[in-house]
Design a protein. Sequence first.
Length: 375
Amino acid sequence: MPEVIFGSGSLKQVGESCLRLGAKKVLIVTDEGVIEAGWLDQVINSCEDAGLSYGCFQDITTNPKDYEIEQGVKIYNQCGCDAIIGVGGGSVIDTAKAIAILATNGGEISDYEGVDQIKIPLPPLVMASTTAGSGSEVSQFSVIVNTQSKKKMTIVSKSLVPDIAIIDPETLSTKNAHLTASTGLDVLTHAIESFVSIAATPMTDVHAKNAIRLVSENLRPSVASQLNATAKENMAMASLQAGLAFSNAILGAVHAVSHSIGGRYQIMHGDVNAVLLPHVMEFNLLAAPNKFKEIAELLGENIAGLSSIEAGKKAIDYVKTLSLDIGAPQRLSEMGFEEYMIKEISEIALNDACMITNPRDITAVDVEKILRLAL
């Protein structure tokens, strides 16, 4: 994990954090939403107060693309930068990490797909998350779309763990209800998948379990009101802890399939996870019934006298109800996913790094069944 600075107003510490890492000129990676909300101005002021020069790169789309990374690297080199700040959600932070890879290692971003392909150390990385969702600010992941193959590349390396992660709950106050719901269900997916992962440990379980509990208690009020500071702070902590859990325990079939869909469709990652999560939970219940029983308890369900399987089913029902309550999409077809893509997506998903740690053995046919249920 990186050094973590958490709390309201912590965004103002970005510049000083870079200075501590020896930076002189930083590339600030962000997007239009962050700029419109006014958070980039705070970051720039912080850099100026620290005496840092800076350049900016902001041309980032949902599900960042390989050519966007190349554009960011050009600006990094043209400005003579020696460190990178990411200010935004998962797309921004994944982009910032990918720019860092090419700035020092060269080549194309596709060269680094998979596990531990980065050979040369990256420049200092300071990541400031503005959504309670991706956990990328503390993780060893970067997910980028390969526009040639039209699939998401999962890059996994300890080199991608930022030096400093800054989580300022105040930034969540500018997110609308849809984005809050989508990113919040991404947090829940991270927590549940890392908890039942075959690579889970007692250390990751602590973070995953607390994240599940925090989401169950705070996601609804966070979606209901942009001004609920307590709910925002608790969702920011849930995102942080879920990020620490999945960075070390990895994930499962929800993310493997979601990555595969995101490579072909411009759909918000959290929305896809929201639809897939209960269906994958139903599939995985057989492999980890005791853990699913514990998930039900963490979600606040009364499981007295129930078997592990019965309790696990209550956890699945809870997730379905939560998704409905906060207005999340209920079917993939609502978002433009087409039935003829099921077979191809299923085959791509099997090769995603996240599938390795899914608790139940899974085949392309199994994935097809899940996608038909979610369609």
